[in-house]
Design a protein around this ligand. Sequence first.
Ligand SMILES: [Zn+2]
Ligand SMILES: [Zn+2]
Length: 312
Amino acid sequence: MLPEGMHFLRVEESIWPASANVLLIRDHDGAILVDVGCGSEKAYSRVKDFLSAHGLRMADVHTVILTHAHPDHMGAMKHLLQEISPRVFLHPLEIPLAAEPSRLNDTFDVGLPYRYGIIPTPPEEMDILEYFSDSCAMASARATDEIRTDVELVLGEFAFQVIETPGHAQGLVSLFNRENGILFTADAVGDIVTWYSPSSGGFTRFLEGLDRLSRLPATLLLPSHGSPSKVPSREIERTRTRVLRREERVIKELVSGPIPFPDLVTRVFKHPLMAVFPGTQILQCHLDKLEMEGRVICRGEDEGWIVELVGK
Ligand SMILES: [Zn+2]
Ligand SMILES: [Zn+2]
């Protein structure tokens, strides 16, 4: 299914945070990894086993491409950097985030549920890194190179066009190898990763990213979570349908009258944990877009965070 010299590690985990799939490319100097997975021992051994299955060792890896600075994609850098010192490529917007893991609190908009009073403000500021620490700890990594969007990223014998797909992460990139029709979408497409936050680009930019992907003549889609697909357009449309349905649901809830944000989020996201994350962040993104389009009005704290449809 994949051309010679390219291998794909499909990680069979479906509960978030799930370790990301890994793409391996061989070249004359050794190996290149696109994403490295979670920071758990188990996830790291899995990557090492994957390398050995292809006759490689970690010491052969000379380059790591990180699609974005989320723990499920780069947590294993903690272990990897103890063994090797590869070149590390990241989109310029992700470079400071990878260097300073605590920035994850900003890009995940961890403060939003407190702002809306959806959960009581804790005496000490919550740290998202603690949440990840057991199952998929975040690492820090210094980039040696920027992923550029104006030139092709050449990995071994494969040239990849870099497509910016923000919304889920500011500098999230998808990679397209035109010669073989292979599209590595990272977290831009897929089920458990269909979330976006205001600080990571929001909903409008998420949709723009999907538009960019759907224009590519791809014949094989490799996601970071889930299985490869020979019908890339179907997977991209599935993600688009899913997020547009969310927008419809938001509007439907508002048709009967104004609703405070905290109530709206629990109506759109029934599971209480989902409502806190990523529900609040997702809803904020939808409301930002609808407000910009003049379709809703969002009132401030003094007016009880009321959201209403324009003209209702
Ligand atoms: Zn991600
Ligand atoms: Zn992911």
